[in-house]
Design a protein around this ligand. Structure first.
Ligand code: MN
Ligand code: MN
Length: 268
């Protein structure tokens, strides 16, 4: 189930992610529903787009609560939540709806402050709130290039962007694998985890980021264990168009890869 959370009021630098869900949906209209690589037509899959939750004018804590209530119902119904942000503060509402998952953040930033601007639901605290529920040993990050010292000392498992370029994506996948094991995985994709050359339309771009193909490799590899996904920090007012297009294509990748792995498993 796709749903949007157009919320950007704790954003520190450049606002605009409230237009993320609609921008990503519009961009998705550019693509054929037939996925060449998988020989699969997305129109043949049961997908529902709920539309957006009415969160734009809520306080950060009300917003998280609203998203969490909605996500819990999806999880209880056995649905796969696909959340479109909004800024990164929307992610905890969805991720903590699960009882037990490993959470992988793909981000230029760790978002691991305990509070920021006197707000524990600020986007800079998103992964910290997720770790509050699952424990620090069940969250990890890849693609990080910017981190405060306090975050660095508090965060246990970070694979920074430079290490990924040095050791390759296969090595990165094997590192993630060690943590996920046979368990279930939730991925929170902050679009600024990808290099600004590919994803310029975001509030706090940072050079030396991941390539889109690296993110796709991770989605493909973990598709059978993936139970939830969010894409956050896409800001259409700052975009030349390609960021929303990339986010839309990643969304399609997640749907196709998860569907294929699930139907393979059914066949045994
Ligand atoms: Mn983030
Ligand atoms: Mn970020």
């Amino acid at each position: 189930m796709i749903f949007g959370a157009p919320f950007d009021s704790t954003c520190t630098f450049r606002k605009g992610t409230r237009y993320g869900p609609s921008g990503i949906r519009e961009a998705s209209h550019n693509f054929e529903s037939f996925m060449l690589e998988y020989e699969l037509d997305l129109l043949d899959i049961d997908i529902c787009d709920y539309g957006d939750l009415d969160v734009t004018h809520l306080s950060p804590s009300e917003m998280v609560e609203r998203i969490n209530g909605f996500s819990k119902r999806l999880v209880a119904d056995g649905k796969f939540p696909l959340l479109l942000g909004g800024e990164h503060s929307v992610s905890p509402g969805c991720a903590v709806a699960f009882d037990d998952v490993t959470v992988l953040g793909i981000d230029a930033h760790a978002d691991f402050y305990d509070d920021f601007d006197d707000d524990r639901n600020n986007h800079a605290c998103a992964m910290r709130r997720i770790a509050d529920k699952f424990g620090k040993d069940r969250v990890m990050w890849i693609g990080i290039r910017q981190m405060g010292r306090a975050e660095y000392e508090a965060a246990p498992k970070v694979i920074n962007s430079f290490k990924i370029f040095e050791n390759g994506i296969d090595w990165t996948i094997s590192e993630i694998e060690k943590m996920v094991g046979n368990g279930r995985l939730y991925i929170s994709l902050d679009i600024d985890g990808i290099d600004p050359a590919y994803a310029p339309g975001t509030g706090t771009p940072v050079p030396f980021g991941l390539r889109p193909i690296d993110v796709k490799r991770i989605i493909d590899h973990f598709a059978s264990r993936l139970v939830g996904f969010d894409i956050v920090e896409v800001s259409p007012p700052l975009d030349n168009g390609v960021t929303a297009v990339l986010a839309a294509n990643i969304l399609m990748e997640v749907i196709a890869a998860v569907h294929l792995r699930a139907s393979e498993e059914k066949k045994g």
